[in-house]
Design a binder for this molecule. Sequence first.
Ligand code: USQ
Length: 418
Amino acid sequence: MSMKIFVLGGDGFCGWPTSLHLSALGHDVVIIDDLSRRAIDVELEVGSLTPITPMGTRLRAWREVSGRAIPFHRVDVAREYDRLLALIEAERPDAIVHFAEQRAAPYSMKSSRHKRYTVDNNLNATHNVLAAIVESGLDVHLAHLGTMGVYGYGTAGMKIPEGYLPVEVVTEAGDRVRQEILYPANPGSIYHMTKTQDQLFFAYYAKNDEVRITDLHQGIVWGTNTPETLADERLVNRFDYDGDYGTVLNRFLMQAAVGYPLTVHGTGGQTRAFIHIRDTVRCIQLALEHPPERGERVRILNQMTETHRVRDLARLVSDATGAEVAFVANPRKEAAENDLHVTNDLFLGLGLEPTTLDGGLLAEVSDVARRYAHLADLDKIPCTSTWTRQQRAGAPGAAGSSPEGAPTAPEGVLTGSD
Ligand code: USQ
């Protein structure tokens, strides 16, 4: 059944391919975006490695390729509540996909201004959407992009469940009562903290107003293109490689392509959850096709397909390409080593067929990186955003001892043959 779907943040790395995927399936997609991600490129003096085209060009190209129109409204969801509400009332969407948040942890930690922007933007955006859905009186299903980072990355050996943790408490009368609670939040950055706070908004609005909400706790996305973004050069998706927005596996593949030693933070013992961008768009589709009932608690799904340790990824890329591996001081405050076991039964049960690292798509990312390598600004590769004032000041033993506070100097270098 065809739905009308608002994609908030439909110009971004996940939002753009999702918009095209949903449109290709025959849904009526409306993109709402304030183009802030492009403004941040200007602020950081860096751009997508792939030459993304302006929104008007993107949408014209999509109409030519698919015969389908995607209307676009430039709205800042965090600030322009009245315009958002008016659009919901006029268009009456069946579902809203909410990507309209600042999504980079390092960007959120750059300064107090960046922390405050991330909190103001992300929390207001989420709350405005929820308040507008209730105000409209419509039964709109909200699907939100959360993050695996809400859980933290450590467990006492157990698998991280999908959102809810079964607990048993002893009452005053000595009875044992079992219930499920939201898994305890344990954010590792201001950005991740905003997503943990989003969860409380969702729990409240699902309980009080019976808004139907799905929260998708996504891992680190790798890859860049989907079948739809490959249909025309003007539809190409973003490829972030810089120290703030580039995510680890895409960065390693890009670094190998331009001959830059792979920037492993610390020992590289951090284990994280991963998902390919093609699975991201399929998961959104599956979540929209299986909405919760009215009055149901927030439906939480872990949107990831596999876990990997950072140094193993570096080794994989190094073995495939001969790239050097550089162990650099970690600019973040995070566990040096962790194990991570995650449940993703809900998406598997809905029919997701995971795209994994051994599926041959690593080469596709490398090809994209090599193709546009001449556009890269290598000075933007180091992660210069530090998590604490001490790291910024270059305290002994901490990251950031270079003149600009940038942890640029490799502490040790391995080659692919080591
Ligand atoms: N790392 C390196 N070298 C690098 C870049 C990163 O060793 O050059 C390490 C980091 O220290 C960290 C890990 O790789 O331990 C992951 O970093 P990342 O930048 O790939 O991912 P992260 O900051 O966690 O954020 C990304 C997305 C965010 C999403 C999150 C999912 O930007 O929107 O929510 O992944 S998750 O990590 O599961 O919380």
